[in-house]
Design a protein around this ligand. Structure first.
Ligand SMILES: O=P(O)(O)OC[C@@H](O)[C@@H](O)c1c[nH]c2ccccc12
Length: 258
């Protein structure tokens, strides 16, 4: 069993619990009252590098990263620093996140918000929309067969922007077949948790010309952002370095100016 298999088993148990508490019909009713999602594409396509700043308490590779008692305040600092979007980890067991964090961030900031989770069912996309997300992460590695297509289509129907995450050339080919507009390359292999930023350098040339190119993971400082930029990233997604920074607002400014 890989690390990812273990994470997904926990995700499915937690999902079953939530589904027993809130029906899909109830979620759909909430969505019909919710305002339309924001479009992150103008921010992602703006000149220079754009940053997605992540609210991340812990991770399977590093354990506890930061306490984050007030995720909305952290997100406000990210937005003040110029983040193009905020990513909120909502997975509970390994990352210490929740849908409450997503809602708190949504209520605080005007920039687009990404639900970062292991999304494997339509129900989770309805949840994302009901709790105020504008984007939803779809990881190719955990969506075999037609499931990727189905969830990508549903996300678009719900007005969410799908961020399709890849880690291999085959996964990029699957993302391209879908016509995905926003494609991430995760430098972290989720089956082993090893980070190698050069994976982005190697794979970026295979991304479709028209897609928004997102480099995910492994940024320690501005020089790493600059390197991803040289390798063709439009957007860089940063978690750990920002939650550990004493001054996330200045850190983002530095990343953008790098
Ligand atoms: O903390 P880092 O190394 O800056 O990484 C952030 C982000 O890329 C990482 O949290 C991530 C990328 N893809 C994921 C999928 C699920 C959970 C987490 C992730």
């Amino acid at each position: 069993m890989t690390v990812l298999d273990g994470i997904l088993a926990g995700v499915r148990e937690d999902l079953a619990q939530r589904q027993s508490e809130v029906s899909l019909a109830e979620l759909k009713a909430r969505v019909s009252d919710a305002p339309p999602p924001l479009d992150p594409l103008p921010g992602f396509r703006a000149p220079g590098v754009s940053i997605i700043a992540e609210v991340k308490r812990k991770s399977p590779s590093k354990g506890e990263l930061a306490a984050i008692p007030d995720p909305a305040a952290l997100a406000a600092a990210y937005a003040a620093g110029g983040a193009a979007a905020i990513s909120v980890l909502t997975e509970q067991r390994r990352f210490g996140g929740s849908l409450q964090d997503l809602a708190a961030v949504r209520a605080e900031v005007d920039v687009p918000v990404l639900r970062k989770d292991f999304i494997v069912t339509p129900y989770q996309l309805w949840e994302a929309r009901a709790w105020g997300a504008d984007l939803a992460l779809l990881m190719v590695v955990s969506l075999p067969g037609g499931l990727l297509d189905e969830l990508h289509g549903l996300a678009l129907e719900l007005g969410l922007t799908p961020l399709v995450e890849t880690h291999t050339e085959d996964e990029i080919a699957r993302a391209a077949e879908l016509g995905a507009e926003v494609i991430g390359i995760n430098a972290r292999d989720l089956t082993t948790l090893e980070v190698d930023r050069a994976v982005f350098q190697k794979l970026a040339p295979h991304l479709p010309e028209s897609s928004v190119r997102i480099a995910e993971s492994g940024v320690a400082g501005p020089e790493d952002v600059a390197e991803y930029r040289r390798w063709g990233a439009d957007v860089v997604l940063v978690g750990e370095a920002l939650v550990r920074s004493g001054d996330p607002r200045s850190s983002i400014r530095e990343f953008i100016g790098s």
